[in-house]
Design a protein. Structure first.
Length: 314
């Protein structure tokens, strides 16, 4: 009887330890969403093999991939090769449809394969008014110059997220500038990304433009190890509402200034890593307070010292 109870108890414990499908889905989503830039497909392949359950994997992937693609502002080439579309929440029309404001097209995306299946023209309701579009186009043109000079592989977009029906100076509206630059080199065991989001709020009754910037840098180096770096920085600034062209010049000047300052601070931090941070992570001297004599290691012989202490040595 006692043997049967022990076996039953073990069986119950084993059952309790088994994860439910819902728990497996949540864990799989966590790993997928925390994949470094450009590596979700590699992580997905491993997750699928570990789960060994296509139904569970599909549920997790269908929930995680759209969130990952938007948070990393994934850049996807249009089918006809005419350009690229950024996958962001600012351009999201439907769960699989994303606006490319420069070409006034809507891209239909396959999130799991990370490809654009087809495009359609954007409707009038999905585009801003002519008044707002003047400011958006002017800002788009200036950001294009800046990104071309600063980010060799950078992609950007300028969206209208509020007040797109504004017809004249009496209305407020908001534009968002997003910049995404990635360098993926898995063959060299390293990937990195830069993402910045600039909310540009036009308050016409005060003739002011308020800016909120959010910059994020990520890097992953995994040759014979696993080193990840993530950093972010937020900032604010203001300027005056002027003509579309003059306002665009002023706004891009502010963006350039803040992003340059942040990049400079990051570079200083990198230089400080080897000189200070890494050295602080290790003990400068052993507990004996003397340096280890690497030039004469023969003086240390554990077997000899033990024999001497036990009185068995010669």
């Amino acid at each position: 009887m006692s043997e049967k109870i022990q076996k039953n108890d073990f069986h119950e414990c084993d059952t309790e330890a088994e994860l439910s499908d819902e728990q497996k889905v949540e864990m799989a989503k966590w790993f997928l969403l925390n994949s470094p830039a450009g590596e979700i497909q590699y992580v997905a392949k491993d997750i699928r093999a570990v789960l060994n359950d296509d139904n569970v994997y599909t549920v997790a992937a269908e929930e995680a991939f759209p969130l990952y693609n938007k948070s990393h502002m994934l850049c996807i080439q249009l089918p006809d090769g005419s350009g690229d579309v950024l996958i962001t929440s600012f351009g999201e029309i439907d769960k699989n449809e994303y606006l490319d404001p420069r070409t006034a097209q809507v891209a239909i995306i396959d999130h799991l394969k990370q490809v654009c299946k087809k495009v359609r023209p954007a409707s009038d309701e999905e585009l801003p008014s002519a008044y707002v579009e003047d400011y958006r186009c002017a800002l788009d043109a200036e950001v294009m110059k800046y990104v071309g000079e600063t980010y060799p592989k950078g992609i950007f977009a300028v969206y209208c997220v509020k007040g797109k029906d504004a017809e004249d100076e009496g209305y407020n509206f908001e534009l968002v500038v997003v910049i995404s630059a990635a360098r993926h080199s898995p063959q060299n065991f390293c990937n990195g990304s830069w993402r910045s989001i600039w909310n540009v709020e036009f308050t016409n009754d005060l003739q002011m433009v308020e800016m909120r910037g959010s910059m994020q840098v990520g890097a992953h180096y995994f040759e014979e190890g696993n080193v990840q770096f993530d950093a972010n920085h937020d900032c604010k600034d203001t300027t005056q509402v002027q003509s579309p062209d003059d306002t665009a010049l002023s706004l891009v000047h502010i963006i350039r200034q803040h992003e340059t300052e942040y990049m400079t601070s990051l570079q200083k931090s990198y230089l400080n890593l080897s000189d200070a941070t890494f050295k602080d992570l290790r003990r400068k001297l052993p507990v004996t307070r003397t340096l280890f004599p690497w030039h004469n290691t023969m003086q240390f012989c554990l077997a000899r010292d033990i024999s001497k202490e036990l009185g068995t040595g010669k």
